[in-house]
Design a protein around this ligand. Structure first.
Ligand code: AMP
Ligand code: ZN
Length: 114
C-alpha cells in the first residue's frame, strides 16, 4: 500500500505550513492554493472519505466544522465570507484518500463551483 500523504504530514514526515494542530486534528496550507487563503483541515485518524463515516463519527465531524469556524475567524476570512468544501470520491475531485475539509477565502467565490 502506498503511504498516505496526509498521515505522513500528520506525523511530520512530510513538511507542511501548519495553521493548527491538536491531538485529534491538524490544519495546513494547501500546496496548490485555489484562493489567497486555502487551508486543509484533517482528522489525524485515517478515514478515506465522507462515504466511510458512520453515526459514531458525528462528534468528530462536528468538531472539524467548529475548527473551520475558529480558523476562518483567526485567518480573517469571516467578514468577506469563505467556503468549506469536501470532495468525496474521484469523480468529485478527491485526490487524497484521507478525509479533509478545504477552507477557502480571500477572494470572491463563484457558484456553482466547477
Ligand atoms: P482533494 O483533491 O479534495 O483530495 O484535495 C487534496 C488537496 O491536497 C489538494 O488541494 C492538493 O493541492 C493538496 N495537497 C496534496 N499534497 C499536499 C502537500 N504535500 N501539502 C499540502 N497540500 C497538499
Ligand atoms: Zn491517511
Amino acid at each position: 500500500m502506498p503511504k498516505c500523504v496526509f498521515c505522513e504530514i500528520a506525523g511530520g514526515r512530510i513538511p507542511s505550513r501548519r495553521a493548527y494542530e491538536d491531538e485529534d486534528f491538524f490544519a495546513f496550507h494547501d500546496i496548490n492554493p485555489q484562493a489567497p487563503t486555502h487551508v486543509l483541515l484533517v482528522p489525524r485518524r485515517h478515514v478515506e472519505s465522507l462515504a466511510d463515516l458512520t453515526a459514531d463519527d458525528a462528534p468528530m465531524l462536528g468538531r472539524l466544522a467548529i475548527l473551520a469556524t475558529t480558523l476562518a475567524r483567526e485567518l480573517g476570512l469571516e467578514a468577506a465570507g469563505y467556503r468549506l468544501v469536501v470532495n468525496c470520491g474521484e469523480g468529485a475531485g478527491q485526490t487524497v484518500p484521507h478525509l479533509h475539509l478545504h477552507l477557502l477565502g480571500g477572494r470572491a467565490l463563484r457558484w456553482p463551483p466547477g
